[in-house]
Design a protein around this ligand. Structure first.
Ligand code: PMP
Length: 368
């Protein structure tokens, strides 16, 4: 059985759109795509009057080498958000198929499923936020076509071990595509499971340049999977998903100087995460700092709502995750630069007062 047997048959059967750039490129005079012959103002040599290559080889080569896979196993999209959406659209028939997730987890899996009118099978994480592989496998009915596993998990920060991932891939063979979301893996003391796609055709891995690579604004995310899955998703994807300026930014980040710069920031984030975890854990009103392998900390407070408000009044915005199951008393705090982290600690070290007094008590210039 091929993994494609899990996909929507109508997607496999349809004739995909063939864009002008896919049919022909590289001529001296390009009059096949109804483009302008003139570069736009502010083009700076990017050539934005021309459609971009749908999957520029230079970029897929650079990402394949970064992630340790072959270029044919790479699909680059507008953030990994786009890859999640493409997977759900290509594998789940509306009103019939489903995805499986483990709440509390990243919200987009469920949103994409709802947009597609696919079902959502929820297998909650255990009380310590570890993944319950036995319960997950038991919940995978024939309707479940995609199983999303987020590691490190957003918003809890915990890792799922590569051994568990492999066990799931084996158990799900012929039943579902296992999609491992490694958006935060660069911050973790763990290696990616990307190379396992060569062993398991029902395994796919999501990576992104939005986090460790500081390119959230350029929207570059990658799906690593077997070539047949990549080819299938390209049938569903928009013809020219990657804007030329974003391709250029990604290539610059992936150059050797870009990589060196990123490594410095990565080390700082990891260092600051440990510093913040220790400093927050001893503050009054803090119940628990969940151990995190990502660039954020989920922190339980006696009164998370009041803390959120106090931070907000000091100009600091964190993520209120109290609506997530099991996190009714928690906030998610992204690790910033040293100065930003200091500001969080300064506000939280002050004795709790009502919001007005906290705001009034700020030193001048402390409001962001
Ligand atoms: N996966 C996870 C777990 C995330 O937290 C995010 C962003 N918050 C994404 C995927 C999407 O990232 P992007 O689309 O920027 O690549």
């Amino acid at each position: 059985m091929s993994v494609l047997d899990l996909a929507r048959p109508e997607i496999r059967a349809m004739q995909p759109y063939s864009s002008a750039r896919m049919e022909a490129s590289g001529g001296k005079v390009m009059l096949n795509a109804n483009e302008s012959a003139w570069a736009p103002p502010g083009d700076h040599g990017l050539g934005c009057n021309r459609y971009p290559d749908p999957q520029p080889r230079e970029l897929t080569d650079a990402l394949a080498s970064l992630y340790g896979v072959r270029p044919e196993q790479v699909l680059v999209g507008r953030g990994s958000d786009e890859a999640i959406d493409l997977l759900v659209r290509a594998f789940c028939r509306a009103g019939e198929d489903a995805i499986a997730i483990q709440p509390p987890t990243f919200g987009m899996y469920a949103v994409c499923a709802r947009v597609q009118n696919a079902g959502i099978v929820e297998v909650p994480l255990a009380a310590d936020f570890s993944l319950d592989a036995v319960a997950l496998l038991a919940a995978v009915t024939p309707a479940v076509k995609l199983v999303f596993v987020c590691t490190p998990n957003n918003p809890t920060g915990q890792l799922v071990s590569p051994e568990t991932i492999e066990r799931l891939a084996i158990a799900l063979k012929g039943r579902a595509l296992l999609v491992v979301d490694e958006a935060y893996i660069e911050f973790a003391d763990a290696v990616s499971v990307a190379s396992l796609i060569n062993r398991y055709d029902n395994l796919a891995v999501l990576r992104t340049l939005s986090k460790a690579w500081a390119l959230a604004g350029a929207r570059i995310g990658t799906l690593l999977a077997n070539e047949e899955v990549i080819t299938l998703l390209r049938r569903v994807m928009a013809p020219y998903p990657l804007p030329r300026p974003c391709i250029a930014l990604a290539l610059e980040a992936l150059s050797s100087t870009g990589q060196a710069e990123v490594r410095v920031h990565l080390a700082t984030v990891r260092e600051q995460r440990e510093r913040m975890a220790s400093a927050l854990a001893v503050l009054p009103g803090v119940r628990e700092v969940l151990p995190s392998q990502a660039n954020f900390l989920a922190v339980r407070f006696d009164d998370a709502g009041a803390v959120y408000q106090r931070l907000l009044e000091a100009g600091i915005v964190v993520r209120d995750v109290r609506r997530y199951p099991g996190l009714g008393d928690a906030l998610r705090i992204t690790i910033g630069n040293v100065e930003e982290n200091d500001r969080v600690l300064t506000v939280l070290k002050r004795p709790a007062q009502d919001g007005r007094h906290v705001a009034d008590g700020l030193a001048s210039g402390e409001r962001a």
